[in-house]
Design a protein around this ligand. Structure first.
Ligand SMILES: *[C@@H]1O[C@H](CO)[C@@H](O)[C@H](O)[C@H]1NC(C)=O
Ligand SMILES: *[C@@H]1O[C@H](CO)[C@@H](O)[C@H](O)[C@H]1NC(C)=O
Ligand SMILES: *[C@@H]1O[C@H](CO)[C@@H](O)[C@H](O)[C@H]1NC(C)=O
Ligand SMILES: *[C@@H]1O[C@H](CO)[C@@H](O)[C@H](O)[C@H]1NC(C)=O
Ligand SMILES: *[C@@H]1O[C@H](CO)[C@@H](O)[C@H](O)[C@H]1NC(C)=O
Ligand SMILES: *[C@@H]1O[C@H](CO)[C@@H](O)[C@H](O)[C@H]1NC(C)=O
Ligand SMILES: *[C@@H]1O[C@H](CO)[C@@H](O)[C@H](O)[C@H]1NC(C)=O
Ligand SMILES: *[C@@H]1O[C@H](CO)[C@@H](O)[C@H](O)[C@H]1NC(C)=O
Ligand SMILES: *[C@@H]1O[C@H](CO)[C@@H](O)[C@H](O)[C@H]1NC(C)=O
Length: 368
C-alpha cells in the first residue's frame, strides 16, 4: 500500500516538474530566467532499431516506425510532420547521422543542432532532388540574410545511408559526408558576422521530416522546398539508421550567465549528468536475477523469514496469512538490495528539467 502511494506522489511530482518547464524560454530575454540545459556529457551511438529511451528523447510530433533498416520518420497525411528531439544538450561536439531522405516536392528531411537562443547547425535534404544535401547555420535566430546555406552533391540520398557528420567547436564548424570534408565555417568570418552569429551555445539534437510546401509558409520557403506538396503522394518517409552524438564538455548542466549568448557566458555546472547516468545504467533486471544478486546470506535470511512465517502459520494464523508475510519480506529484501546497489529509486526521481521545443520554421530561408 505505501509503495503505491509513493508511486502516485512520484508520478505527480514528475508530472508537475515537466509541466513547470513546458514553456519556451530564451535565455537572451532579459525579463526571464531559464533553467539550465541538461548535459549529455558523454558520447553515445543510438541504433534506431528499437524504441528510444524516453528519458533521453522526446517525440514532439508524430511517431516512429522501427524497421530492420532503421526508424521511419513518416508524413502520412496532409500537413503532418514527425519531430524527435533530444532532452539533452551538447556544448560543442560531434553529431553523426546515417539516414535516407524523404522524397517529395515541398518535403524537408532535417537533422539539426539547435540551442535555446536559436543558434543552429543543419543538414537539410530537399525532397525534390535526391542528389544533394544542404548545410546551413544560424546565430541567435538571425534570419536577415539567407546566404549561409551550402549545397553538397551526394548520390542517391533517398536509398543509400551516407554518413553525414557535423564537427563543431569554438573555432569552426565542419560538415563531412562519408569521409570527405565538404565545408568549413570559421568562428570569425563575414558569414558569421565575425563571430557574433557563430553558433556557440549548448544545442539539442532535432530530427524531423516536415512539409515546407504548404500555403501558410512564406513564398521564399515554399520556393526553397521546390513548391507545394502533392498530398496524393503520401507517405513521405525519411529513415534514420544510426546517430552518434558526442559532447565536448563533461558536466551536469549548462547555464547561461548574462545575455550575450557567447560561449564564454556559458557555465558548465559540474556533476554527473542525468543523460550519462541513464545511458550507463544497467538494463532492468528480472526478478530471478534480483534474487540471485541478493547472495547466499540474504537468501538464507529470506528462508529463515519464511520459516518463521510458516511457524506462525502453524501457531494458528493460517496458511494464507503466512504466505502474505513471506511475500512481503521477499519484496522488502529485494527493495533493500536494489536501493543499496544503485539507488534505482532515486535515479528515477532525478528527472531532469527537460525543456520543450523551440522548433520554428521561421529560421528556414530560401537558399539561392
Ligand atoms: C521575453 O519573455 C517574456 C515572458 O515570457 C515575453 O512576454 C516576451 O515576449 C519575451 N520577449 C522577447 C523579446 O522574446
Ligand atoms: C539492433 O541492432 C543491434 C546491432 O546490430 C543488435 O545488437 C540489436 O539486437 C538490435 N535490436 C533489435 C531490437 O533488433
Ligand atoms: C508503420 O508502418 C505500417 C506499415 O507500413 C503503417 O501501416 C503504419 O501506419 C506506420 N505507422 C507510422 C506511425 O508511421
Ligand atoms: C539535382 O541537383 C543536382 C545538383 O544541383 C543537379 O545537378 C541535378 O540536375 C538536379 N536534378 C534534378 C532532377 O533536378
Ligand atoms: C544579423 O545578420 C545580418 C546579416 O548577416 C547582420 O548584418 C546583422 O548585424 C545581424 N544582426 C545581429 C543582431 O547579429
Ligand atoms: C562518419 O564520418 C566521420 C567523419 O569523417 C568519421 O569520423 C566517422 O568515423 C564516420 N563513421 C563511420 C561509422 O564510418
Ligand atoms: C578558416 O580558417 C582556416 C585556417 O584556420 C583557413 O585556412 C580558411 O581559409 C578559413 N576559411 C574561411 C572561409 O575563412
Ligand atoms: C494544411 O495547412 C494549410 C495551410 O498551410 C491549410 O490551408 C489546410 O487546410 C491544412 N489542411 C489540413 C487537412 O489540415
Ligand atoms: C558521479 O558518479 C561517480 C561514479 O558513479 C561518483 O563516484 C561521484 O561521486 C558522482 N559525482 C557526483 C558529483 O555526484
Amino acid at each position: 500500500m505505501s509503495f503505491s502511494i509513493n508511486t502516485f506522489f512520484f508520478s505527480l511530482i514528475a508530472f508537475l516538474a515537466l509541466r513547470a518547464v513546458a514553456a519556451d524560454c530564451n535565455p537572451l530575454n532579459t525579463t526571464t530566467t531559464c533553467s539550465p540545459d541538461a548535459a549529455l556529457s558523454t558520447e553515445h551511438t543510438w541504433l534506431f532499431n528499437e524504441t528510444l529511451d524516453s528519458t533521453l528523447w522526446d517525440m514532439a510530433t508524430g511517431e516512429l516506425n522501427y524497421t530492420d533498416k532503421g526508424a521511419e520518420f513518416a508524413i502520412r497525411s496532409e500537413n503532418a510532420s514527425t519531430l524527435l528531439q533530444s532532452n539533452f544538450y551538447i556544448f560543442f561536439g560531434v553529431m553523426e547521422v546515417h539516414a535516407t531522405m524523404a522524397v517529395g516536392r515541398g518535403i524537408i528531411s532535417s537533422v539539426i543542432l539547435q540551442s535555446d537562443d536559436l543558434d543552429e547547425i543543419d543538414w537539410e535534404w530537399l525532397g525534390y532532388n535526391t542528389s544533394f544535401v544542404q548545410s546551413d547555420f544560424f546565430g541567435k535566430g538571425n534570419t536577415t540574410t539567407s546566404n549561409r546555406g551550402g549545397t553538397h552533391l551526394v548520390s542517391d540520398a533517398d536509398t543509400v545511408f551516407h554518413n553525414y557528420t557535423i564537427y563543431w567547436d569554438k573555432d569552426r564548424i565542419e560538415w563531412w559526408i562519408d569521409s570527405d570534408l565538404r565545408r568549413t565555417v570559421n568562428y570569425s568570418e563575414p558569414l558569421t558576422v565575425y563571430g557574433k552569429n557563430y553558433p556557440q551555445t549548448p544545442c539539442r539534437v532535432k530530427i524531423s521530416n516536415w512539409p515546407v510546401g504548404i500555403a501558410s509558409e512564406s513564398l521564399g520557403n515554399i520556393e526553397w522546398g521546390g513548391g507545394l506538396v502533392n498530398w496524393d503522394d503520401v507517405p513521405f518517409i525519411m529513415t534514420v539508421q544510426k546517430l552518434r552524438v558526442k559532447d565536448f564538455h563533461t558536466g551536469k548542466e549548462y547555464k547561461y550567465t548574462g545575455t550575450t549568448g557567447s560561449y564564454e557566458s556559458i557555465d558548465v555546472i559540474s556533476g554527473n549528468s542525468t543523460a550519462k547516468k541513464e545511458i550507463e545504467k544497467k538494463p532492468e533486471e528480472t526478478l530471478a536475477e534480483k534474487w540471485d544478486d541478493l547472495g547466499e546470506g540474504a537468501h538464507i535470511g529470506v528462508y529463515v523469514g519464511a520459516a518463521a512465517a510458516a511457524a506462525i502459520a502453524i501457531a494458528g494464523f493460517g496458511w494464507w496469512c503466512a504466505r502474505q508475510r513471506k511475500a512481503g519480506r521477499l519484496q522488502r529484501a529485494l527493495n533493500d538490495s536494489a536501493a543499496g546497489q544503485s539507488g534505482a529509486e532515486l535515479t528515477q526521481m532525478e528527472k531532469p528539467e527537460w525543456r520543450q521545443s523551440q522548433w520554428g520554421q521561421q529560421s528556414y530561408q530560401r537558399v539561392p
